[in-house]
Design a protein around this ligand. Sequence first.
Ligand code: GDP
Ligand code: MG
Length: 439
Amino acid sequence: GLSTRLQETFQRLRGKGKLTEDDVKEAMREVRLALLEADVNFKVVKEFVEKVRERAVGQEVLQSLTPGQQVIKIVNDELTELMGGTQSRIALASKPPTVIMMVGLQGAGKTTTTGKLANLLKKQNRYPLLAACDIYRPAAIKQLQVLGEQVKTQVFSMGDQVSPVDIAKNAVEHAKMHGFDYVLIDTAGRLHIDEALMDELKKIKEAVNPDEILLVVDAMTGQDAVNVAENFHQQLGITGTILTKLDGDTRGGAALSIRSVTGTPVKFAGMGEKLDALEPFHPDRMASRILGMGDVLSLIEKAQANVDQEKAQEVGKKLMSGEFTLEDFLDQMQQIKKMGPLQDLLRMIPGLGNDKALQNVNIDDKQIARVEAIICSMTPKERQDPKVMNASRRRRIATGSGTSVQEVNRLLNQFADMQKMMKQLPGLAKKMGKKKGKK
Ligand code: GDP
Ligand code: MG
């Protein structure tokens, strides 16, 4: 499947130290094949791969400690973006009831999903009415009625001798009169899209002016689902899709393409036959699922941690060259919660890990917030060159940061000490390197 295939590709990248443009090219070829194999629309694949390549060949990856992980993160980000980025909710009518038309091919899961959606709405203390507009499929009305009983929601039916357009119109009237805030219209499907079906749906649309037309598609049908979505959208103008049967061994292709091809979001995901198996669709979670869940998620976290570590090493270099300013110090303060204490940071400097002197460089965590406030109250010029700090500037900073002049003085003295010490470090590091070399 898609997940295994992509994982194998990333597995190969994982061992790499640095990522060359060729590596990225090869990885992207694999990603492209994997997506195509999973029935993702070829136009979508082309754009996607191009986007990832652009980001991956950039500095971000070349500087990264583990480029493979970085590429995974980029692919994950872009997959999420491809599926709409954030979760998309149901549009509400300005005046109730909100009318939702459920459309799609036969067997896609319209009727089941109508019941599931009613169940979800009831849990949010909403009051939905279900309209039985599939008069063709034997027992379709009965199926909806059974679901309605389970959810304890009223089903509006006029039998199978009245036109679906009239049933829909009457259902909305009924909802208005009886204070329902949603009407879910369960329509008929066909095995294939045909004119009669589309005509009927268009007429229902005209008659009730729905707030949402949700296309229910079977995620198992891959590229077909995408074609169906494109066709329905052209003819009817859908407002979103619901992907069903994502609980099965489905290929991820449909989820990836539908958003791009129709320009409308996937709003819900069907995760099983039971009534509570409908979830709001989360693009980020779907991206993780496509990439293979747990393993990759933890890898992404690690990749993130590595980026921080990289920053830490940069700061370490600055420390040793004596270029460390109050500006860097502030930067450090703001990252310190993420990265841990400054001592740990200093330990990352090669050759200094066990230095006794460093263990005495102590920064009390409780002081961090005050120090941060002090530095934030300085002008950029003051941060760059603390020597300009006269008495009146110190008073201004103390007032601005809600601290005292004494505290400002203490910080500036500590910083000056630290800078002095740091300037001695390169020599120290060399000395220690020599010791190791002799051994
Ligand atoms: P309709 O013809 O579009 O109304 O489709 P139905 O609602 O009658 O569903 C067709 C079949 O798909 C039924 O057997 C449902 O139980 C099943 N089904 C619908 N949604 C899901 C889902 O999310 N997961 C699984 N596993 N089965 C589903
Ligand atoms: Mg049905």
